[in-house]
Ligand binder design. Structure first.
Ligand SMILES: Nc1nc2c(ncn2[C@@H]2O[C@H](COP(=O)(O)OP(=O)(O)OP(=O)(O)O)[C@@H](O)[C@H]2O)c(=O)[nH]1
Ligand SMILES: [Mg+2]
Length: 239
């Protein structure tokens, strides 16, 4: 099974790749870790495949006189042209670039995702953004899901950084988004879109089951794995 780890810059993609990988190994699965971020300087895990062996952002910047974002766009074009070798492990975890929007909204993102069979996504939301901004972050995960055309598990990461009260508020929100409506109290134009949006989120968020995890401590990994299996079964693929 191939799992692409996606999320905004700094949301914990690389740490989760390494730590969830270790967890899966400890559960008896074979795992390979793949880095698809040509712009990272440090990885908190040893990878079995590293896109930086093909090209790096710095090489592209120097060779083609590009800035960091232009080089990342070029890198994504390059990525969509090469054939990514897929190891024969139970789980191949794929770490993706920090510039999520370049990966997801550039034409190469769906191409890369489409070229990898048996793929699902894990989309990380940083828990420290708080409950009020959760709807916006969730919509971002939906956009990534529709754009890449893969089943996506939305995951709240860094739960260890919340105190008990914050964690409870977030858990309550994920079970019942409408419960926070009175607390958030949107004003002006936002209230016009917030109410229908909340009604929509009320229907889809609780149905989706969003695990709260910590890539640092491993909290929530059991639940995440069970959701991975649920999603694969729902796609009709039990491999
Ligand atoms: N406390 C805590 N810190 C975390 C957690 N996950 C990631 N971090 C920290 O958050 C920072 C960013 O983590 P990364 O794994 O590099 O995030 P990323 O999404 O790969 O970052 P980019 O590739 O730069 O977008 C690092 O300092 C991590 O140690 C977590 O669950 N809890
Ligand atoms: Mg990273």
């Amino acid at each position: 099974m191939n799992i692409m780890i996606l999320g905004p810059a700094g949301s914990g993609k690389s740490l989760l790749t390494g730590e969830f990988g270790k967890y899966l190994l400890s559960e008896g699965y074979s795992v390979s870790l793949m880095n698809l971020d040509p712009g990272c300087t440090y990885l908190p895990y040893e990878c079995d495949y590293d896109i930086r062996r093909e090209f790096t952002i710095w090489e592209l910047m120097e060779r083609e006189g590009l800035g960091p974002n232009g080089a990342m766009m070029r890198a994504m074009e390059e990525l969509s042209k090469i054939r990514i070798p897929i190891p024969r492990a139970d789980f191949n975890l794929m770490d993706t670039p920090g510039q999520l929007e370049i990966f997801v909204f550039h034409e190469s993102g769906p191409k890369v995702a489409g070229s990898i069979g048996n793929l699902i996504g894990i989309f990380l939301i940083d828990a420290t953004i708080g409950t009020d901004d959760m709807p916006a972050a969730y919509l971002y995960s939906l956009a990534a899901r529709y754009r890449l055309g893969v089943e996506m598990i939305t995951v709240v990461n860094k739960i260890d950084l919340l105190d008990e009260g914050e964690a409870k508020r977030l858990r309550d929100y994920l079970l019942n988004p409408a419960s926070q409506m009175r607390v958030i109290n949107p004003r002006g134009l936002l209230s016009d879109i917030y109410i229908p949006l909340s009604e929509l989120l009320q229907r889809i968020i609780p149905a989706q089951r969003i695990p709260m995890v910590s890539a640092k401590t491993g909290t929530g990994f059991d639940e995440l794995l069970s959701i991975v299996y649920e999603v694969k079964c729902a796609c009709g693929d039990l491999t």
